[in-house]
Design a protein around this ligand. Structure first.
Ligand code: SF4
Length: 188
């Protein structure tokens, strides 16, 4: 049983959600007590994971309520200044002014956006939309691609594969592990 359940007692409700760790997009039942996550249970109805998960999604959810988590927008003029907590309106106006200023001085291609591999697909979609529609360029990427470039290169070089998945569900077998990758992925 999870330490959180031993310490805090049983959950009082649950919410089906998507794991925010990586792009596989596993579904979980987040078991909650009030606003606190007590347990993350892999969701059987999840199309990407069918009730499986890796250790990160299953147990490493402490970041959701960690004391270091930033909960309010903050701005600063320079890296040497202390952070200042501001309203969302002020933070957005500040960011827009700075970004426009950079483009005015250095050109349209001078800025872009990169999302974290912890972002959901929807968040990554919104960032690329902002970059293309508001910044007017195509300078957008996600760090998941950068992180896994060496993985992809290694797989391609050794096994002529670009990813761990081969073909459609039920049709792919990893020759190293003898498992169905699409059913098992790395979450099995
Ligand atoms: S593979 Fe792991 S980290 Fe990625 S979405 Fe699934 S549970 Fe989360």
């Amino acid at each position: 049983m999870e330490k959180t359940v031993i310490e805090e007692g049983l959950p009082d409700h649950s919410v089906v959600t998507t794991c925010a760790y990586c792009g596989v997009g596993c579904s979980f039942k987040a078991e909650m007590k009030g606003g606190q996550v007590l347990r993350m249970v892999p969701y059987k109805g999840g199309e990407a994971n069918h009730g499986h998960s890796c250790v990160k999604g299953r147990f490493a959810f402490g970041y959701a309520t960690h004391e270091d988590r930033i909960r309010e927008p903050m701005i600063r003029d320079s890296i040497n200044d202390p952070w200042k907590v501001v309203s969302w309106d002020e933070a957005l106006a500040f960011s827009a002014k700075k970004l426009k200023g950079i483009q005015a001085q250095y050109g349209r291609e001078s800025i872009g956006g990169i999302t974290s591999s912890r972002c959901t697909n929807e968040e990554t979609y919104l960032v690329q939309k902002l970059v293309r529609a508001a910044f007017g360029n195509n300078n957008t990427d996600t760090c998941a691609r950068v992180c896994h470039s060496p993985t992809g290169y290694g797989l391609k070089t050794n096994l002529a594969l670009a990813t761990g998945n081969i073909g459609k569900e039920g049709g792919g077998v990893n020759p190293l592990r003898g498992q169905n990758n699409v059913q098992g992925e790395d979450i099995a």
